[in-house]
Write a protein that binds this ligand. Sequence first.
Ligand code: PLP
Length: 406
Amino acid sequence: MIPQTLATDRRIINPRLDMLPDYPFERLRGLLDPLPPPSHLSPLAMSLGEPQHPYPDFVGEILHANRHLYGKYPPVAGTPEFREAVVSWLNRRFDLPEGLVDADRHIAPCAGTREALFRTAFLTVPPEKAGNQPVVLMPNPFYQCYAGAAVAAGAEPVFVNAVAENGFLPDFSGLDEETLARTALVYFCTPGNPQGAVADLDYLNDLVALSRQYDFTLVVDECYAEIYNGEAPPGTLQVCAGSGDLSGVLVFHSLSKRSNVAGLRSGFVAGDGELITLFRRLSEYGGNPSPLPVYAAATALWRDEDHVVANRALYREKFDLAERILSNRFGFYRPDGGFFLWLDVGDGEAATRELWTQAAVRVLPGSYLAAADGDGGNSGDRYIRVAMVHEYAIMEDALARIAETL
Ligand SMILES: Cc1ncc(COP(=O)(O)O)c(C=O)c1O
């Protein structure tokens, strides 16, 4: 279970929120802010997954050209052009048959995927499942939003270890029958954050089948799908292509990592038509759709592949660099996807402190991204996460400092 750091007896506060610990970056500030970094070195922040590569110039141009639209409330369903650009991209990228994903029925835009992933728990977690409190499954370690959403929606979060021994891919089907029967929603991420493991089509196929066997919603967070080393990671919609059945499946894609526009706040969710309708309905009540100029820029980004290819090449160069500097150390491996290094340093928190106080490099302890397992251990304890988001020269400096210090 998540450690309790917020416990309060104020009756007006939703007690479920007591289960949420401070967010990892808050915990990192608590760990490092009291400690001064060495004054002769410039601090390098490798903790946050915020891409620093350039984004295409046309983004600014389109925002400017559409600035007269900032006065309008944007539609929650996005513009037809946006939805069509997204469907064309999905069809191209995942080789989907025409018509599997319908621009009007199967797509909803979102202002970044984080809030949308969060909101999905409110759509899909009923008050009870199998006569009990519903369960939301997620990998461990996990993107923190999943746990927050599960808790806020009244479910019990159950963390399924994604560790070196299982190739960092959680075995949801190995859970006991009672837990699976209570499962209302599964969050899964491929390529994974933080370990970068990519699920193959067999894995995704089994997961879709499991979702139908136990009647839960399957959310697959594919926001790192465009940053990969070798082959392009498969997508979950490919599994649905054979049967044409999207029921119970939602996939999430974002421009934040693909196009380096985390601040633009634009992504989409695609899948089950009924869930998409409900998702849009919840947006009408409490959502915050992207402004129309943002939809226009996002449409152009989904239509363009050149910048994505160039972006991937920049990451490849940096992973080549990391391989040269770190191979044979800290259990270094080159992740199949995503932009993080997940380094086994023995004691992630101690290494984080050491890197900050001796080398002015800020990384994230792996344990801050994972929940303790039943026996009090934490599968992230031995690790640090290093975000490879800065330009080459900065990464070269940071990786050399890591190699020298640890
Ligand atoms: C696994 C994962 N999913 C989703 C997101 C959310 O991205 P955004 O809200 O920018 O689309 C992030 C951001 O770091 C992430 O790491």
